[in-house]
Design a protein. Structure first.
Length: 122
């Protein structure tokens, strides 16, 4: 009997309109990352903040703070991913140019690659 009740409650919850749940959640604007350097700074700073909140009790206030932090983390991660997609392409250009012994392409792409990658790794 208990399993049937649980199943019924689960089905009932799944039939609730999702819009009614979404209306209760407040949305925030996260801190924007204009470039890769800013994104790395924001990502590091907000990960530290998230770590601190996660180390405590996950109270409703903590959950709200986590919700707010994720907006900036999503913005930063989006910028990092965008920049790293281009970085992967540049590395492939270096790889292909090295196979052709194209020193000019290796040098120019290598400089660009290192400039971007050093923003994240020193």
């Amino acid at each position: 009997m208990r399993k049937q009740t649980l199943a019924l409650l689960t089905c009932a919850a799944l039939t609730l309109p999702m819009s009614s749940l979404a209306e209760e959640v407040e949305h925030f604007e996260g801190k924007e990352s204009a470039n890769l350097k800013e994104a790395v700074v924001n990502f590091s700073e907000y990960n530290r903040k998230l770590e601190k909140v996660l180390a405590g009790d996950l109270t409703p206030e903590a959950m709200n703070e986590i919700h707010q932090l994720t907006y900036t983390l999503e913005n930063a991660l989006g910028k990092i991913n965008e920049q790293f997609d281009g970085l992967a392409e540049t590395l492939e250009e270096i790889h292909l140019a090295s196979e052709r012994a194209d020193t000019e392409a290796v040098a120019s792409n290598g400089e660009s690659y290192l400039e971007t990658s050093r923003t994240v790794i020193k």
